[in-house]
Design a protein around this ligand. Structure first.
Ligand SMILES: *Cc1c(COP(=O)(O)O)cnc(C)c1O
Length: 333
């Protein structure tokens, strides 16, 4: 029996890596800091605020995109020669995955929504530097990205490649997001994150339930709630995206707030841009206006409204993504 067990376990060890091993290989700083945040904002004195600085995990692969990819890469890095994925011209996901593939010696093909051939974004320029294959899809083609026929076509075109959905948002993304939650060694009442594809929020919801059940936090508050800030216009739509990742019954209390998207995905307002500046100038926390800026904006507004109970412990997740805010040097001229 032992003769069979040993080679088999060796085989497993070769075929999969632990996420710890992968983190070391990629030079990531984990766990990320959980910092006290004491802004001079009306209402902030009534609660305790923390920022989970996932933007500091790595200068290139930052934030929730590492969390969402960690399990997938640990499971496949040793056996996969080629990864194919999808995104827009500024995609934080493609940027993170492209860099990981480059570091790990995996061929990477990025399927891009729209044609930036004439003026590549800084993100696309990075992908080129990392030897990714870049293919531009029409918006019509891109719409089919999750359809079985379209995926089957890609499988034929890229035999043996691992095809990763947009945003890295698949079921095993949730495990990595949960690991972020286990790094937060304080009993908290609220944890707040941006919502686009919903996988990050779903990971927090799942994780909060598990941590509850395992009693890992000595005093889980009865009012513990996972709060999502919608970064796009999607009442109902976003709730469905999140729910499709969750078990039918979740004990966790969660909610998405829809008042803080500033007109839609990647839309901004002068007030939002001012807040991003203030966060950098006053608190030395860099934000971008697509995701993390909207979350801090929402927190400031909620504090002013007295939306939190006195004494609450609130964790704001800084999901990173600053590369996406770089502007295209060509478009400025
Ligand atoms: C992709 C992204 C999000 C959204 O995460 P979802 O899991 O798609 O909801 C939030 N913040 C940043 C910085 C991102 O890049």
């Amino acid at each position: 029996m032992a003769g069979i067990t040993l080679p088999f376990s060796l085989l497993i060890a070769i075929a999969t890596m632990t996420t710890e091993h992968l983190q070391k290989q990629l030079g990531l700083s984990l766990p990320s800091p959980l910092e006290r945040f004491t802004p001079n904002w009306p209402g902030a004195e009534r609660v305790t605020l923390w920022v989970k600085r996932d933007d500091l995990i790595h200068p290139i692969i930052s934030g929730n995109k590492w969390r969402k990819l960690s399990q997938l890469l640990a499971d496949n890095a040793a056996t996969t020669q080629h990864i194919v994925s999808f995104g827009g011209g500024f995609s934080n996901h493609l940027h993170a995955l492209g860099w990981c593939c480059h570091q790990l010696g995996i061929e990477f093909t990025a399927l891009i929504r729209g044609n930036y051939g004439a003026s590549p974004t800084p993100m696309l320029a990075d992908l080129s530097r990392w030897h990714a294959n870049i293919r531009y899809l029409t918006k019509l083609e891109y719409k089919q990205r999750d359809e079985p026929d379209f995926i089957a076509g890609l499988r034929k075109q890229y035999p043996g490649a691992l095809i990763v959905p947009e945003g890295g948002s698949q079921q095993d993304a949730l495990a990595g997001v949960q690991s972020m939650l286990t790094e937060c060694q304080i009993p908290f009442d609220k944890i707040i994150t941006p919502v686009a594809s919903g996988a990050t929020l779903a990971g927090l919801i799942n994780g909060a339930g598990i941590i509850d059940g395992a009693g890992m936090h000595s005093s889980v508050s009865a009012r513990q709630q996972v709060l999502g800030i919608a970064v796009l216009n999607g009442v109902g739509y976003l709730e469905n995206l999140v729910a499709r990742f969750l078990p039918a019954k979740s004990s966790c209390d969660w909610q998405i707030l829809h008042q803080y998207h500033h007109g839609g995905y990647a839309r901004t307002s002068p007030a939002l841009l001012t807040l991003c500046d203030e966060m950098q100038q006053e608190y030395e926390i860099p934000l971008e206006p697509v995701y993390s800026g909207k979350v801090f904006y929402a927190v400031k507004a909620l504090l002013a409204q007295g939306a939190f109970a006195a004494g609450e412990q609130i964790i704001i997740v800084h999901t990173g993504g600053l590369q996406g805010a770089r502007t295209d040097p060509d478009s400025r001229s």
